[in-house]
Design a protein around this ligand. Structure first.
Ligand code: C2E
Ligand code: MG
Ligand code: MG
Length: 282
């Protein structure tokens, strides 16, 4: 690793590593080892009921604790893991770890749900559905207790095998959510053919609420559409009380954002659940 001249920050690559293939090779090897060395961990960000304020669930978010670089954000390694295919074993680890953690919360008397991000590559794995069901079984939790988050871009070029996988997950009782909703290019007529149970309003639409008239119109339209299609709707990236109030007053029932809680290590999330009154949603 190269230390930036003078600056107290590391870079993953030396300046002379111009070759993309070489960079990828170095990072891939690091990622591969990271799984073996148990360097990944999950943080959990609370999701709240906008009316009662109760914690109704959490989203599991991966981090990489690099021995020299410290905590690395998923934005910096998930795209590479997707390219190399390493996202498949990493994603399986995330599923197992998040479900185990949820099992602990349930055992402690917190009947909340866990949202888990998926990559397109995971949906192409032949044994995907069976593996999810065995992970749930192992953790002793019900299918209804997890929500799997997908993105529009994952669905745009979905193969028939991927679509089949989504239907099987739905049939097993697992809710599917469309993450970052509104930022993709998928058509409504296509989306309506998919077994999607909830929409997550992308935080780019929430950021300038309630002042920005266009964002206000967009979020209201997404909420109205979700409700009339009988989908759940969760707003992402709520940082202020005003944003939360606007969403609640316009019919959004659930939210997630720094205003309600930042992503936390499992131990702290458990403490938060113990302190807070959690609504029964499972
Ligand atoms: P995402 O699934 O849309 O997750 C929400 C991201 O927004 C998280 O970033 C979260 O920390 C951040 N966030 C939450 N509330 C606020 C807020 O109020 N303000 C702002 N500015 N940001 C907020 P994070 O943890 O860095 O994750 C980034 C992305 O990485 C995720 O976006 C998701 O697409 C991906 N990711 C994270 N964990 C996994 C995983 O286990 N598997 C896969 N395939 N992707 C993951
Ligand atoms: Mg997500
Ligand atoms: Mg999102």
């Amino acid at each position: 690793y190269a230390k930036n001249n003078g600056k107290n920050a590391y870079r993953l690559f030396t300046p002379d590593m111009q070759d993309d293939a070489e960079k990828r090779f170095v990072l891939d090897n690091n990622l591969r080892r990271a799984l073996e060395r148990n360097e990944f961990l999950l943080h959990y960000q609370p999701q709240v009921d906008l009316h009662s304020g109760a914690i109704i669930g959490a989203e599991a978010l991966i981090r990489w604790r690099h021995p020299e670089l410290g905590l690395i954000s998923p934005a910096d390694f998930i795209p590479l893991a997707e390219e190399s295919g390493l996202i498949v074993p990493i994603g399986a680890w995330v599923l197992r770890e998040a479900c185990r953690e949820l099992g602990r919360w349930h055992a402690a008397g917190h009947p909340v749900r866990m949202a888990i991000n998926l990559s397109g590559r995971q949906l192409q794995e032949p044994g995907m559905v069976a593996s999810v069901l065995s992970i749930l079984d192992e953790a002793g939790i019900e299918a209804q207790a997890i929500v799997l988050e997908l993105t529009e871009s994952m669905l745009m070029d979905a193969s028939s095998a991927t679509i089949e996988c989504l239907h099987l997950l739905k049939r097993a009782g697992i809710e599917l959510a469309l993450d970052d909703f509104g930022t993709g290019y998928s058509s409504m007529s296509y989306l309506k053919t998919l077994p999607i149970g909830s929409l997550k309003i992308d935080r780019s639409f929430v950021r300038d609420l309630p002042g920005d008239a266009e964002d206000a119109a967009i979020t209201k339209a997404i909420i109205a559409m979700a409700r009339s299609l009988r989908m759940n709707v969760v707003a992402e990236g709520i940082e202020t009380e005003e944003q939360g109030r606007f969403l609640r007053e316009n019919g959004c029932d659930k939210a997630q954002g720094y205003f309600y809680g930042r992503p936390l290590p499992g131990v702290q999330m458990r403490q938060l659940l113990d302190q807070a009154r959690s609504a029964s949603v499972v």
